[in-house]
Ligand binder design. Sequence first.
Ligand code: AMP
Length: 309
Amino acid sequence: MSVLVVGSIALDTVETPFGKVEDALGGSAVYFSASAANFHPVQVVGVVGKDFPMADLDLLRSRGVDLRGVAERDGESFRWSGVYSFDLNSRETLETRLGVFADFRAVLPEEYRNPRIAFLGNIDPELQINVLDQVESVELVACDTMNLWIDQSREALLRVLARTNILLVNDEEIRQLAGEPNLVKAARWVQERGAKTVIVKKGEHGAMLVDEESVFFVPGYPLEEVFDPTGAGDAFAGGFLGYLASHEQWSGEELRSAVVFGSAMGSFAVEDFSVARLSDVRMDEILERVREFRSLTTFEVPLPEAVRV
Ligand code: AMP
């Protein structure tokens, strides 16, 4: 059983202090599937315009990603452009052009209707609901969103939240959604409205998992070369859910490990523009990075002589 994702399939124009790309392959569904495909089969739902360079999607196809749910419609493809600050910690969205996504409603292929995990990637909440309505059985629903939808489609977003098990958002987004500056309180606000597990991503500062019993935190990987932070959040979600999909059980331990795998995939995403690095990373490199996360965060407390046995 696959991981199903609905989200944007985009042409991104991105400027960082290290360079600029125009109309590069991007979008939440693209980053997510490039990442998750390293762990588990993925099925994508989305739409592109007639102007879309379809050959760009071969990169995903070659990783076994199922693209039968990607429709091609008359009109312009989704386009997003953004510029990053010097320290890469903040970005300004210059333009979001929804194009064919503006009123797109998907029809899920028969083979897509019983996924084990569904990820409602960052896109119009009405489209997230439209996809969820066509899913006949699913064990786990996770979703992402962003400030645009929190502003413009709050009511629909709350309906999504009520049907979601895990919400993955960044710190700024959850503060805006809950109207609450404290992140743990904001996560509790979300739990009362649906998603019982909340993951708050904090960019280079790591990610926090808040469920009903505990809070768990993983730092950001201290990369020396960060090239382009675009898509790190979706790559995180892909690593997190791809890891879970490849496991039978989802106990607290698996969820915590999944957060580490998500963080590892987020760190690979930012090493290059678009999905270049996510598409050529090897499993031994992923595992090595996960080992590094362990050594980053493990320490022995030296006990005083008197209490040693
Ligand atoms: P992230 O850096 O994880 O927030 O993801 C960046 C990706 O999200 C880019 O590839 C964009 O194409 C896509 N994106 C930006 N704004 C939106 C939006 N409003 N809806 C859907 N996708 C978006």
